[in-house]
Ligand binder design. Structure first.
Ligand SMILES: *Cc1c(COP(=O)(O)O)cnc(C)c1O
Length: 240
C-alpha cells in the first residue's frame, strides 16, 4: 500500500477563471485524476489501510462492498493489488461502463434490484463468503487520518501554498458517505483555520434536510444525476 502511494501523484488543483468577479479566486480539486479515474481512490486507500491495521483484511479474505460504482472501481484496484477477491454489490441501475471498470480490476459485480437492498445484501454476501464488508457508509469518516498523511484537506492547503490567498474563505464539498466533509472539517479545526465549510447538497438529498431538522433521516428522493445526493442519512455523515 505504501509503495503504491509512493508511485502515485497527487490530484490537481485547477484554477477556474472568473473574469467578472475581481478579487475572488476559485479552485477545483480534481479527484478524478487518480490512476483508476475514480473519485473514490483516496477513500478506498484509507479503508484498506484501516482494514489492514484492524486485522480485518488478511490472506484468503474476500473484500465485499456496497457501492453504486465509483468506490467499487477503486476497491477492485486495491483488492487486486493485494491478491484478494473482490465482490461489489451494486443496484441494477449501475451503468455497464462501471461494471466493466470493476471487471477490469478483477472485481465481480453482484446486482440487486433496488438500491435500498444493497446494504443487507452486502452484509449477507460477506457472511457467506469469508468476506469483509468494507462499509464505507459507516467507516469513511474514521478511516482517514484527519490530521495529515496527505489527506484531502492537507493536500489542498499544501497545493495553495504559493497562491495570493493562502487560506480560502470557503471550502465547498459534496457528500456521499460523509468522509470528505468530516476530514476537511476536522482538519480546519485542528489547524485553527477560520475557513467556512459549505456542504453542497441537491434539494432532494437528505444531508441538508438533516442539518436543518435533525429528526429527518431519510427521503424518498429521485436524483437527477447519478451519485449526487443521497436518500439515506449515512452513519458516516457528521453534521457537527
Ligand atoms: C463520493 C463523492 C463525494 C464525497 O463524498 P464522501 O463519500 O462524503 O466523501 C462528493 N461528490 C461526489 C460526486 C462523490 O461521488
Amino acid at each position: 500500500m505504501e509503495a503504491e502511494a509512493a508511485r502515485s501523484a497527487d490530484t490537481h488543483v485547477l484554477r477556474v477563471p472568473l473574469p467578472g468577479l475581481r478579487g475572488i479566486d476559485l479552485y477545483v480539486k480534481d479527484e478524478s485524476a487518480h490512476s483508476t479515474g475514480s473519485l473514490k481512490h483516496r477513500l478506498a486507500r484509507s479503508l484498506f489501510l484501516y482494514g489492514l491495521c484492524n486485522g480485518w483484511i488478511a490472506p484468503h479474505i474476500t473484500i465485499v462492498e456496497a457501492s453504486s460504482g465509483s468506490t467499487a472501481v477503486s476497491k477492485a484496484y486495491f483488492a487486486q493489488m493485494l491478491g484478494l477477491p473482490f465482490v461489489a454489490v451494486v443496484p441494477a441501475s449501475t451503468t455497464a461502463e462501471k461494471i466493466a471498470e470493476i471487471a477490469r480490476y478483477g472485481g465481480h459485480s453482484h446486482m440487486v434490484a433496488q438500491s435500498s437492498e444493497v446494504y443487507a445484501e452486502t452484509a449477507q454476501t460477506a457472511a457467506t463468503s469469508n468476506g469483509q464488508y468494507m462499509d464505507q457508509f459507516t467507516y469513511a469518516e474514521r478511516a482517514t487520518d484527519w490530521r495529515g498523511n496527505n489527506n484531502i484537506a492537507q493536500s489542498i492547503f499544501d497545493q495553495l501554498s504559493l497562491e495570493r490567498y493562502l487560506v480560502p474563505t470557503w471550502i465547498v464539498v459534496g457528500a456521499g458517505a460523509g468522509g470528505t466533509s468530516a476530514t476537511i472539517g476536522r482538519y480546519l479545526r485542528y489547524r485553527s483555520y477560520s475557513v467556512r465549510l459549505c456542504l453542497a447538497d441537491p434539494e432532494a438529498s437528505v444531508f441538508h434536510r438533516h442539518l436543518a431538522d435533525p429528526s429527518t433521516t431519510a427521503t424518498n428522493a429521485v436524483f437527477l444525476v447519478e451519485r449526487i445526493g443521497r436518500g439515506r442519512l449515512e452513519p458516516s455523515f457528521l453534521p457537527s
